[in-house]
Ligand binder design. Structure first.
Ligand code: F6P
Length: 540
């Protein structure tokens, strides 16, 4: 990496590698004021990280040196920053708070954005109110979203996250090409009252087309072809293929190639969300994201939440050689946020060549994993507290619960605070010894148990503490992570908006699929050939 500030950070790491998190607090009484940010209803505490103000100065300098300022401008203005696909990246245009003309390929895209959003809202209102009827005259009760990747994870995560705001419609997601998945879904469906939303940006995705075909076949065992328009609608950029597939033109919800799959829940891809919570909550989700866009676009880097958090990831990923990061939402509603962010982050920044096509010599994409707290505490936190790896973690929590009248929230919050405290402070031998003495253990027992019961601490975390889980705050939270991805891509000098890495497996799967029915499978490597032959024994 040729950036001057990168070199400075290498020596900065030498300065920090022996420092204890607790020492930072002793050294600077104002650390918490300096290393935390309050924005709207977000309070972000990054003081429990292995860095200080000087490190942040160099990190923000690095952001400037990499041209982040200009890059943010190009991103929001619709420049074709997805160069390998020659596309703009404009999910932000779908939630802009101050709509003004935005040109892509010489055309203002804003009138179309508004028209499609209106189409989506009108449709959702008809379905929710019961005005939209199925073939037998009954209102729709159940919506099935057929899609995968960005056409599934975002809508599914948000629909689940906004459970509290849901209406009467049941919403199910079918994604996997595994036949058992779709059959389990079909088992529970009533053809008369189910609406199928086929979501595929490309409309070429094997999983989505196979599931749609299977569902359509099943549907036609109950209804005639003339019933299809009342029950099948599609979201896609590929209007030709959707029409050829037999979806009525008025039932197609367009999307544009300047919205990446993993950033598309704000577009018509979010139709299932809109059906589940209604247009008004969907609008709030957009507004929340729009607010975060404004913050990201205008705040200086030292007060810019996505920038600061992106820099913290780079600090650990590239200087501490940390491999993974955990995301722990202390909300069961957000249990699928880690899975959603895995795609957003890892499909975007899992790249090994730079923007000039040259192999990269430093680490890029961080590995993301996690689960909801407190459940995660009883699962993998052992490793986070006492294992050999350092795992920086984002702890996300909400100060006010959605349901009142029980005593759970204080318990949840005490765990939420205790875990980051425990990771930082650990427990020294003196404290463990005293506890064991108090428990009446013998000297011999104490010495034997000591090493197992102590915690070295000094494990970093960041707390994102948000007032309440509302559609607006959820929108801001997701947008925060989207921009964090962008900043990292700029500094790592990689293209974050393509995903060529998923293509090879798709190609080979198509080749292998053909080979199941042929004798000649010689072109495969010996291991794959043996697997195919083994499988053939079970095919009927
Ligand atoms: O295979 C990866 C991917 O292209 C994702 O980027 C995308 O979200 C997903 O497949 C689904 O694609 P589509 O919406 O075109 O069916």
């Amino acid at each position: 990496m040729s950036l001057k500030s990168w070199k400075l950070l290498e020596s900065e790491f030498q300065r920090h590698k022996q420092t204890k998190l607790t020492d930072y607090f002793y050294e600077d009484a104002e650390r918490i004021q300096k290393l935390s940010l309050q924005w709207e209803s977000f309070y972000v505490d990054y003081s429990k990280n292995l860095l200080d103000e000087k490190t942040l100065d160099i990190l923000t300098e690095m952001a400037k040196e990499s041209g982040l300022d200009q890059a943010i401008g190009a991103y929001f203005e619709g420049s074709k920053i997805n160069e390998t696909e020659n596309r703009a990246v404009l999910h932000t245009a779908l939630r802009t708070l101050n709509p003004k003309p935005l040109m892509v390929d010489g055309k203002d895209i804003t009138p179309k954005i508004n028209a499609v959003k209106q189409q989506m809202f009108d449709f959702a209102k008809q379905v929710i109110s019961g005005e939209w009827k199925g073939y037998s005259g009954k209102a729709i009760q159940h919506v099935v979203n057929i899609g995968i990747g960005g056409s599934d994870l975002g809508p599914a995560m948000v629909t689940e996250a906004l459970e509290f705001y849901r209406n009467h419609l049941k919403v199910t997601f079918v994604s996997n090409v595994e036949g058992d998945h779709v059959e389990e879904v079909i088992k529970k469906l009533d053809p008369e009252t189910t609406l199928f939303v086929i979501v595929s940006k490309s409309f070429t995705t094997q999983e989505t087309l196979s599931n749609t075909n299977t569902i359509r076949k099943w549907f036609l065992t109950h209804a005639t072809k003339s019933a299809i328009p009342q029950h099948f609608i599609a979201v896609s950029t590929n209007l030709k293929m959707v029409t050829e597939f037999g979806i009525a033109p008025e039932n197609i919800f367009a999307m544009n190639d300047w919205v990446g799959g993993r950033f598309s829940l704000w577009s018509t891809v979010g139709l299932s969300i809109c059906l589940a919570v209604g247009p008004s909550h969907f609008e709030d989700l957009l507004q929340g994201a729009g607010k975060m866009d404004e913050h990201f676009r205008t705040a200086n880097f030292k007060e810019n939440i996505p920038v600061i958090l992106a820099l913290i990831t780079i600090w650990y990923n590239n200087f501490w050689e940390v491999e993974t990061e955990a995301i722990i939402p202390y909300s069961q509603y957000l249990r699928n946020l880690p899975a959603y962010l895995q795609q957003a982050i890892m499909e975007s920044n899992g790249k090994g060549v730079d923007r000039n096509g040259k192999p990269i010599e430093y680490q890029t994409g961080n590995i993301i994993w996690g689960a909801s707290g407190t459940n995660a505490q009883h699962a993998f936190f052992q490793l986070m507290h006492q294992g050999t790896k350092m795992i920086p973690a984002d702890f996300i929590g909400f100060a006010k619960p959605l349901h009142k009248g029980n005593d759970h929230q204080d318990k949840l919050m005490s765990n939420f605070f205790a875990q980051t405290q425990a990771l930082m402070l650990g427990k020294n031998t003196e404290t463990v010894r005293k506890e064991l003495i108090d428990q009446g253990k013998s000297n011999e027992q104490i010495e034997a148990l000591l090493p197992f019961k102590m915690f070295e601490g000094n494990r970093p975390s960041t707390t994102l503490f948000i007032e309440q889980l509302t559609p607006r705050n959820l929108g801001s939270l997701i947008a925060l992570y989207e921009h964090r991805i962008f900043v990292q891509g700029i500094i790592w000098n990689i293209f974050s908006y393509d995903q060529w890495g998923v293509e090879l497996g798709k190609q080979l799967a198509n080749d292998i699929l053909k080979d199941f029915d042929t004798e000649e499978i010689e072109q495969h490597d010996p291991s794959t050939r043996a697997l195919i032959q083994h499988y053939k024994k079970f095919r009927n």
